[in-house]
Design a binder for this molecule. Structure first.
Ligand SMILES: Cc1cc2nc3c(=O)[nH]c(=O)nc-3n(C[C@H](O)[C@H](O)[C@H](O)COP(=O)(O)OP(=O)(O)OC[C@H]3O[C@@H](n4cnc5c(N)ncnc54)[C@H](O)[C@@H]3O)c2cc1C
Length: 329
């Protein structure tokens, strides 16, 4: 018999909590009012104990920490074992995980370990008695699927980033904390990491920006992408790219948005010189506001755009960046 609590896997890298974790705490608090439990969080890494305060500010009533040098760099097996140990200690009804690369990697492993019901990449969750109902887009966003996770077992759901908003942080709030010791098998330690490749020139990962400035084949070269990096910097955003731009070597595939790239749901997506192929739309159509800049007024991207500019991106983007710089001064 589990508690009625909702446990959030609070993803962190280099001591920085992924903003999606705060969004999940808002959902956890909402679900907890229905289950009669509380929102709790689990944070895993090395030297991360002080992150509990931040999680408390966003609504975690209790924070489980698994803090061990073995967890300094992300590896699926040790992290899954650490989260499974936290689940043993917390005994929650539901576990919420962000739909990030880490979340998608870890959630099925944990669900298998705990023989839990699981749904991946939900954009909406609600309770139906003891059961959890998860809605998720399918087939490149053409359909929405409804999944029912039986309440007779642990329920694990990954939630798409930015599908929900975080609550305003309440500074000065504290949470109960519990440290969980890590116990790894030899199997958990099989993977050794020698080096982590940088994903870009100091600009955020494409899944982490509230604003994403994305470029297509029209950019014509890696050097020309600088104008998008300049705009992203002024907006404190991230840079993305179409597959055509990545295949041409203008950007690394770590920045590719789409069906075979990353799914992004920022507050603002600025598509520069991107045609809007269905495979690209699959990765960005969930963005709150979409601005498209394209010379061709028939380009399919305009069908999903909130605002469209029929313009040459090379003529439009640099002066736009300059204007924004002025307004930031
Ligand atoms: C199985 C499969 C998976 C795929 N997965 C992905 C994926 O994950 N992500 C993805 O993006 N694609 C994916 N694709 C490829 C996709 O079908 C398109 O080929 C690709 O998205 C096209 O990229 P693009 O819009 O940058 O290039 P193009 O189709 O060449 O479009 C360039 C656009 O730029 C405009 N333009 C040209 N010059 C300018 C200018 N100066 N200013 C403004 N606009 C200008 C043009 O009018 C045109 O609309 C996939 C394809 C397949 C078959």
């Amino acid at each position: 018999m589990s508690t009625n609590n909702i446990l959030v896997f609070a993803e962190q890298r280099d001591g920085i909590i992924h903003s999606a974790s705060y969004q999940l705490l808002a959902i956890a608090a909402k679900l907890a009012t229905q289950t009669g439990g509380q929102a709790e969080a689990c944070v895993i890494g090395s030297g991360i104990a002080d992150l509990s305060t931040k999680l408390a500010a966003y609504g975690a009533k209790k924070v489980y920490t698994v803090d061990d040098p073995e967890l300094k760099m992300y590896r699926a097996s040790p992290y899954a074992s650490a989260l499974a140990s936290a689940i043993d200690a917390a005994d929650p009804k539901i576990v919420l995980v962000p739909t990030t690369f880490m979340g998608k990697d870890i959630a099925p492993r944990v669900a298998a370990k705990k023989r839990a019901a699981i749904a991946i990449d939900a954009t909406e969750v609600k309770l139906d008695g003891a059961d959890l109902i998860a809605e998720k887009p399918m087939y490149a966003g053409k359909f929405s699927g409804t999944f029912k996770l039986s309440g007779d077992r642990l329920q694990v759901v990954t939630i798409r980033t930015n599908a929900y908003s975080a609550n305003e942080p309440q500074q000065g709030t504290t949470a109960e904390t519990q440290s969980i010791s890590l116990s790894l098998t030899e199997n958990d330690k099989r993977l050794k990491i020698n080096e982590i490749a940088a994903t870009g020139s100091g600009v955020k990962d494409v899944t982490e920006g509230d604003i994403v400035v994305s470029g297509g084949r029209a950019l014509k070269s890696e050097e020309n992408f600088k104008i998008l990096y300049d705009l992203a910097e002024v907006l404190d955003g991230a840079v993305g790219a179409s597959r055509a731009a990545c295949d041409a070597g203008y950007q690394s595939h770590t920045r590719q948005v789409g069906l075979t790239g990353k799914v992004v749901t920022p507050k603002l997506y600025i598509a520069c010189g991107i045609d809007g192929a269905i495979q690209h739309l699959a990765g960005m159509r969930g963005s709150k506001v979409i601005v498209a800049i394209n010379t061709k007024k028939e380009a399919p991207i305009f069908k999903v755009a909130t605002y469209g500019c029929v313009a040459d991106l090379f003529a439009l983007v640099p002066p736009l960046t300059e204007e924004l710089k002025k307004s930031n001064e």
